[in-house]
Design a protein around this ligand. Sequence first.
Ligand code: NDP
Length: 336
Amino acid sequence: AKVLVTGANGYLAVWVVKKYLEAGYAVRGTVRSLTKNAFLKDRFAHYGDRFELVVVEDITKDGAFDEAVKGVDAIAHTASPFHYKATDPDELIIPAVRGTTSILNSTLKHGSAVKRLVLTSSVAAVREEATTPRVFNETTWNNSAMEAVKTKGSTVGPVTIYLASKTLAEKAAWDFVATHKSEISWDLVVINPPYVFGPSLSPAPTVDDINTSQREVYDTLSGARTSAQLRNQGNWVHVAVAAEAHVRATHVAAAGGERIIVTSGPFFYQDLLDAAAELGIPNVPRGEPGSTKDIPIIINLETNKARELLGLTSETPLKDLVEESVKDFKERGYPG
Ligand code: NDP
């Protein structure tokens, strides 16, 4: 079977491509520029013509994916901007939402062989703002981010803009499927990961080139966090697990029509430093060990669906993540 992976050069996407190829799929990846992404051809050269790249310059254009979807059996739509630098909500919301509707429209018109479309959404689309402990599962939506952007516009800040972009994009996908139910021969599976951490397979020659989530890990280990920031918390999933989830979501029949949270669990930023200390990694600050022990976990994510539908049970130890990440940063020659 052949799968189309959009934004194939992205941090998560390169892992997704790798997992598909390892699972025996042929992969057609889309990129905005072939010259900038020549590394992909080299990395997957040993798969011969099982791996190909096509250019989709502007994912927001109507018909952008009309050619790319022809002849593929499945699609993984991962391309979407992820950064905390937007000042105008449209900067992220337009490519996130139109990129999604554009691939859905192209699939409707030209994807006659497509059986399944996997969308990379996010826990950003699931969890709302919370100050006291809450449990979230696939039935919840991040209404607060959408509402904030609607009422406050660009003053909401770049993080909320990102959260809203993912929520609106995922909503648009489910709306599309509901509207075109009688015309489509494929179904939708949505993967909702929290922060994706782990070594990058992309070139990222300088620290400023690494993607937003792995930058969180780098900044923490390199000592760029205040005490207050080290007490902050989040949820994370190993990049290899997030990628594997896409592959399983492509072939597990029962996953059709589901949103699926895929997580390795919650973390405090301090935990990354504790893990580094335990591993005896030199030059990593200690932070304030023990400072988070009385802080409750605010965002608790249910994992039943990932386990039951996709058979994803492994909770990667944070220690392994830190070890792999430090090795990756060192090999890249990043300072610190
Ligand atoms: P990257 O920044 O590494 O990759 C983003 C990909 O999307 C790149 O291929 C990029 O292309 C493409 N892209 C971004 N903006 C546009 C645009 N305007 N037009 C066309 N293509 C665009 O991000 P990640 O790998 O971290 O994220 C991949 C996906 O996973 C996204 O959908 C993200 O929301 C989601 N996700 C990521 C998480 C994480 O922690 N990393 C957590 C949860 C979800 P180019 O290189 O040409 O800019």
